[in-house]
Design a protein around this ligand. Structure first.
Ligand code: FES
Ligand SMILES: [Fe+2]
Length: 402
């Protein structure tokens, strides 16, 4: 896809309708060759094991004595009991059942009762590359060899003394693509008019690249009451009188939003978000959001405003969640995407998500249409242990429920 600029009227020169025969985006999987947040750092306390997942791969996270977080396939190589039920000992995780112990890379370090003549034990389970940043635990669910050469997302505003970060973590019952579309398509302010009043977003321009879509909107307020939290979040912005420029960007697989009030030099707030598929069908995602809010000149003012800002964001998010989960339900009832999108930049972001994603049902894709093969397709396993993983043949990621 080439870079596409909108003309003065906000219409792109490269607008096209993908038409019939295009893969149903809701059947496109998230590309595992990126760093995905799978837990809040604070949840993975010392010596505690936390169960999480990426696209149906169950993952056990634990923090060893050294403070390092490890991520293992959540399935004991012995009898498939979840390792998230296990016990942390130093840097190892011991299965709760027969006490097999695993190192942080997934290799078995001890089988307490193993003696000469017993069967040969398996090498272990899959260990995932892990990084902690921005108060989140990231894992690399894809090709392990790519982990070292794939950068974590960069958030220059996080940790800046001028900003304070509010963290969000919520499960949303929809395909991750609905979340990207929701944030990029600001024409849905009607949904939020009870919270922000009547907001008029005007698309100024947008750009599309091979991995990204970026849209700039001008927001003006056309009346109606707005929530106090909105005022506190952006001063006179988002409907308070000034004209704000909001820039929203999908940079696969993440999304960002910056709001810069008129005459301001830097954003009043910046949001970074990731939508991490939880189940193998990818019909549920976990939304992680970091909202970095500029500190006002008065010391302590933001601290006092914090609960009101959070309540405002939670209300807006609840409305968005209601809409995207309704979209997902409609998709499931119809068995396919039957919507008629008219907004060019949303057609573009769908293309970006399709082009950068991975097949959800490789077997079905080989049949021509995904829906035609669904009945016959076995439970999908997106990726098994890759080359260099420490596990043997037993280490394929378990499908959900399997
Ligand atoms: S099931 Fe884990 S040690 Fe037996
Ligand atoms: Fe919204």
């Amino acid at each position: 896809m080439t870079e596409t600029d909108a003309d003065g009227g906000g219409r792109p020169s490269g607008h096209r309708d993908p038409g019939p025969g295009t893969a149903d985006l809701r059947r496109v999987g998230a590309n595992p060759d990126f760093w995905y947040p799978v837990a809040l750092s604070g949840r993975v306390c010392s010596r505690r094991v936390v169960a999480t997942a990426f696209a149906g791969e169950r993952i056990a996270l634990y923090r060893g004595e050294s403070g390092t977080v490890h991520a293992l396939e959540d399935r004991c190589a012995h009898r498939q009991v979840p390792l998230s039920m296990g016990v942390v000992e130093g840097e190892t995780l011991r299965c709760r059942y027969h006490a097999w112990a695993y190192r942080g890379d997934g290799r078995i370090s001890q089988i307490p009762y193993l003696s000469k003549g017993d069967g040969r034990p398996p090498p272990g389970v899959r260990g995932y590359a892990v990084r902690e940043a921005y108060g989140l635990v990231f894992v690399f669910p894809g090709d392990p060899e790519k982990a070292a050469v794939t950068a974590l997302p960069e958030l220059p505003t996080y940790g800046s003394p001028k900003y304070k970060t509010m963290t969000f973590s919520r499960t949303v019952r929809c395909h991750y693509s609905f979340m990207h579309e929701n944030l990029l398509d600001m024409n849905h302010q009607f949904l939020h008019q009870g919270v922000v009043g009547r907001l008029h977003p005007k698309l100024l321009e947008y750009r599309t690249g091979p991995r990204s879509v970026e849209a700039r909107y001008l927001f003006t307020h056309a009346g109606g009451k707005r929530n106090r939290g909105a005022s506190l979040l952006a001063g006179e912005g988002i409907g308070g009188g000034s004209r704000d420029v909001m820039t929203i960007r999908t940079e696969y697989p993440y999304q960002t939003l910056d709001l810069v009030p008129e005459h301001a030099e830097r954003p009043a707030f910046s949001l970074w978000a990731a939508y991490v598929p939880e189940d193998a069908e990818q019909r549920t995602c976990h939304a992680y959001g970091l909202l970095m809010i500029e500190k006002p000149g008065i010391p302590g003012a933001l601290h006092l405003a914090w609960p009101l800002i959070r309540r405002f964001i939670e209300r807006v998010f609840a409305e968005d969640r209601m809409a995207v989960e309704a979209e997902q339900r409609a998709w499931e009832e119809q068995g396919e995407d039957r919507n008629h999108e008219v907004f060019p930049l949303i057609l573009d972001v769908r293309e970006v998500l399709r082009a950068n994603g991975v097949p959800l049902h490789p077997q079905a894709a080989a049949c021509g249409t995904a829906s035609a093969c669904d009945a016959a397709a076995p439970m999908p396993v997106l990726h098994s242990a890759g080359p260099g993983a420490t596990a043997g043949p037993e280490s394929s990621a378990a499908p959900p429920g399997g």
